[in-house]
Design a protein around this ligand. Structure first.
Ligand SMILES: [Zn+2]
Ligand SMILES: [Zn+2]
Length: 666
């Protein structure tokens, strides 16, 4: 077999896309039916039987539509084929019936309700039209039901019999009989086809049922739902549903407006346009289903916005493509939380615009999350091309200006409430985050510009970042308080309570935990470094070596590992954040467990008792390190003692001293 060339591949791709589009288009009507059922109201003044029947019909409608919605592609097409075949059959029978019994052939005019002459007036042309129509319907019917034998020609003939009766001008009662017989035969045939297919229907239903049960047992409900969601392209269906619904409403409203204004021009006044848009938006979120549709549309917008920004700032991070997922989920949760679809129309518009403001700030936060790593990598890699830096800086500036503008406008127009407070807090938080990012960026740029090892840099960056994190944490707590206030005094829905729990977990607990972890990591790294002997001054010149991590010379001081390798304290510390071994020879630089184990048994090994004076211990340790430096052939045992002592010193001097030592040595 020859290899599939690119043009063929393209054709196949296009083919697949067309089928996918058709599939989506065929599923959309189900959503319309479900939406209509949910939106229709029934009067409770009727008898109990009527109400019961109505509820039953509604449930049946929803059930059938849902089933059709999740059918497989093949079954979906089959379903539509049979339905349209039955529709064609019904149309054909109706046309025959009407033509045979109700059209007055020799009447002068046959005008339709709209004043348009639909049917040809003269006898022969009417017959021709009828024959063509019946032929089309018949061919459509047999094609859709896939009847291939001689039998199919009989069906077409059957459809044409009443027309023949009409042409030959048979008496009325015979024409009636003909129409009746023809439609009876057609009905019988349809029933026959159904009965033949019943077996297939039963087996395929059973197969699908077993398949679903099997998948449910193996993968669980969540995966099953995810799979269905993707298979039927539910977001696409929702988008098409929402957009077509809005378009239809817009068309109707435009028509009404033009009727009311009695103008023929396509342009409407600005006020009317604004009213129209407001009305469309209000009706665009009047039920949970339409809110879902709106979320799907927002998802598309957010997805392309995210991609655009990523391309603009030149980032290739895969994780950052999630904006198209995060934004709609947030929108939907906000809508649920505020009970958007259940509000009165005028309140709904206000609530929606408030939700949109919150969503906008959240999206800006997300965009900041995208720009921050790019900013850091640019500043750290010392790329000095203006064209690389400008887009990121520009986006950062926008991220600073937009929240300021937004809060200014909102404060100008609204009085303070919990919503405005939340939006403002988000805006301020974003501004602070941008400032932190830009400060760190500036620090790195300065470092790159001067081209000398700046040992304090890491500390400064750490301080700036942790200040930012602490402020963020405080904002998290404040927002939690705001949410609690809203819940107690404004609206206390269950969804809001859930969201509060999530907020408490992700924005408060996890952040505090991460911050604490970073702090502890840093502390232990500093502790480990300080346990290593330091060389300064003239001894440094004697070594005449470079740091094996950064290949820079030792200007002020160097740390020496137990395996006799020299490094900058700063370089080694950064290394120790990642792993515990020497970068050169992979021996353990510092073994905490050893100290814990040995501390119980090493009294005979020169162990310093806990209550002993720490200063003395430090002096002793210094002496030890000097000795070690002088005699490079120190034994492993000495090393152990050395390490262990330093560890002990560290343990007893405590964090405050460590901080002091840290400041002193760096
Ligand atoms: Zn170094
Ligand atoms: Zn080493």
């Amino acid at each position: 077999m020859a290899a599939v060339g690119p043009p063929q591949q393209q054709v196949r791709m296009a083919h697949q896309q067309v089928w996918a589009a058709l599939e989506v288009a065929l599923r959309v009507p189900c959503l319309y039916i479900i939406d209509a059922i949910f939106n229709s109201y029934y009067d409770s003044s009727q008898s109990r039987f009527c109400i019961g029947l109505q509820i039953f019909l509604r449930l049946l409608g929803i059930f059938v539509s849902s089933i059709v919605l999740i059918l497989s592609q093949r079954s979906l097409f089959k379903f539509y084929m049979y339905s349209s075949a039955f529709l064609l059959a019904a149309t054909s029978v109706l046309v025959n019936y009407y033509a045979s019994l109700h059209i007055d052939f020799y009447g002068a005019y046959n005008t339709s309700a709209f004043g348009i002459e639909l049917l040809p007036r003269k006898g022969p042309s009417l017959w021709m039209a009828l024959i063509v129509l019946q032929l089309t319907l018949g061919i459509g019917y047999i094609t859709l039901l896939q009847i291939h034998s001689i039998y199919s020609q009989l069906i077409i003939l059957d459809l044409l019999v009443p027309v023949i009766g009409l042409i030959t001008e048979l008496p009325l009662h015979i024409r009636e009989t003909l129409v009746f017989t023809s439609s009876l035969i057609l009905t019988l045939n349809t029933v026959l086809v159904l009965v033949v297919k019943l077996k297939w229907f039963y087996y395929s239903t059973r197969y699908v049922y077993l398949l679903v049960r099997h998948m449910y047992r193996i993968y669980g409900l969540q995966l099953l739902m995810e799979d269905t969601w993707k298979r039927i392209r539910f977001p696409d269906i929702l988008r098409v549903f929402w957009l077509t619904r809005i378009t239809a409403q817009a068309t109707v409203l435009m028509y009404i407006l033009r009727m009311a204004n009695e103008t023929d021009s396509f342009f409407i006044s600005w006020d009317d346009f604004w009213d129209l848009v407001c009305n469309l938006i209000i009706s665009g979120c009047d039920s949970t289903l339409t809110v879902l549709g709106m979320s799907a549309v927002i998802s598309s917008i957010a997805h392309y916005l995210g991609l655009g920004i990523l391309a603009f700032i030149g980032s290739t991070e895969e994780d950052d493509r999630r904006l198209g997922f995060v934004a709609p989920v947030l929108f939907f949760i906000l809508a649920l939380q505020t009970g958007l679809s259940g509000l009165r129309p005028e309140e709904r518009l206000i609530r929606l615009s408030r939700n949109m403001c919150l969503l906008l700030t959240a999206v800006l936060h997300f965009i900041h999350g995208m720009t921050d790593p790019v900013l850091m990598s640019l500043s750290a890699s010392h790329v000095s091309s203006f064209r690389r830096h400008f887009p990121v800086l520009f986006v950062s500036a926008c991220l600073f200006i937009l929240p300021v503008l937004l809060s200014y406008v909102l404060w100008h127009h609204y009085a303070l409430n919990t919503w405005l407070f939340a939006v403002t807090a988000f805006c301020v938080e974003l501004c602070l985050k941008v400032i932190v990012s830009l400060t760190v960026y500036t620090l790195f740029m300065i470092d790159g510009y001067y081209n000398v090892l700046w040992e304090k840099l890491d500390d400064y960056v750490y301080y700036v970042r942790s200040t930012g994190n602490i402020i963020e944490f405080i904002f998290g707590v404040v927002m939690f308080g705001n949410g609690a206030y809203t819940m107690m005094f404004e609206s206390g829905s269950k969804i809001r309570a859930c969201m509060m729990c999530l907020h408490a977990y992700f924005n408060i607990y996890l952040q505090a935990k991460n911050g604490w972890k970073t702090f502890m990591n840093r502390r232990t790294a500093v502790k480990k470094i300080n346990s290593l002997p330091e060389i300064k001054g003239s001894r440094l010149q004697e070594i005449d070596d470079v740091c094996a991590i950064c290949y820079h010379e030792f200007t002020t001081s160097a740390r020496i590992t137990p395996c006799n390798h020299y490094f900058h304290a700063l370089c080694l510390r950064k290394w120790l954040y990642i792993q515990d071994t020497c970068p050169m020879c992979h021996q353990k630089v510092y073994i905490e467990d050893d100290i814990k184990d040995n501390s119980n048994v090493s009294n005979n090994n020169g162990f310093i008792a806990p209550n002993e004076n720490p200063e003395e211990a430090i002096r002793e340790a210094a002496a030890e390190s000097d000795r070690e430096l002088n005699e490079d052939d120190s034994t492993d045992c000495d090393d152990d003692v050395q390490r262990e002592r330093n560890g002990v010193i560290q343990q007893h001097t405590g964090p405050a001293a460590e901080e002091f030592i840290n400041d002193d040595t760096d």
